[in-house]
Write a protein that binds this ligand. Structure first.
Ligand SMILES: [Zn+2]
Ligand SMILES: [Zn+2]
Length: 225
């Protein structure tokens, strides 16, 4: 991906340009952006395909776990963003450093666009995050499977993994050039603006904490006006 035609280049504040120069200078030579993008999505797709392949024929009532898990994930995402990405909580200070210190210093409202694929490292979770999340979802999925039936557990796992893939894809899309085809998908531009407002340093600690939707910001009163 070459986004060097960045129309916003002249709008990048000097301190953001300096942060980006430091970031690019510090990027490991071995960093492979497309591998970083592809690995978690391939892993996630494999987990979802495995869950679907093992379904034994879920009842309609079993399917309720899908919207329930999706809404629960929206709530968890909002809280994770507020309490762990924007607060330095031992022993998870790395999350704060990667998000508040790094990600938010590289992209601010008005200068949201990545320069090239090498900036994926500043947007995406580490490659191991999705497999780790799938592993963490294992015990609750197993427990739910034992109580409510195996298909319910499999659907919980598939929905949780799909949610994280959607989160990653949408967050990356918000940081692409505004003319990118993905930005023209229905609803994306509105959410991109929602996220850009979150990248205003005066708002980032408390407003527009939802990434995949505005729902939880609405419910919790953290929607930027
Ligand atoms: Zn962002
Ligand atoms: Zn943030």
């Amino acid at each position: 991906m070459d986004q060097a035609d960045a129309p916003e280049a002249s709008e990048v504040p000097p301190h953001v340009a300096a942060a980006r120069a430091r970031y690019h200078a510090g990027l490991p030579r071995t960093y492979r952006p497309w591998l970083h993008l592809a690995a978690p999505f391939a892993c996630g797709a494999a987990v979802i395909a495995g869950c679907i392949a093992c379904l034994e024929g879920p009842a309609l009532s079993d399917m309720a776990v899908v919207p329930a898990m999706w809404i629960a994930s929206i709530a968890v995402e909002w809280r994770f963003h507020r309490d762990l990405l924007h607060r330095r909580v031992p022993p998870l200070q790395l999350l704060y450093d990667k998000h508040t210190v790094s990600h938010h210093s590289l992209y601010v409202d008005g200068a949201m666009q990545i320069a090239s694929a090498r900036d994926f490292r500043a947007i995406l979770f580490p490659w191991w995050a999705l497999p780790a999340l799938a592993a963490a979802l294992g015990p609750p999925a197993l427990l739910l499977g034992l109580v409510c039936g195996g298909d319910v557990g499999r659907l919980l796992m598939a929905t949780g993994v799909l949610y994280v893939m959607v989160y990653e894809a949408m967050h990356l899309t918000y940081h692409l050039r505004p003319s990118h085809p993905l930005r023209r998908l229905p609803g994306v531009e509105r959410l991109a603006r929602h996220h850009a407002l979150h990248h205003d340093p005066r708002r980032m600690q408390r407003e527009n904490l939802g990434v995949t939707s505005r729902l939880w910001d609405r419910l919790r009163g953290t929607l930027a006006r």
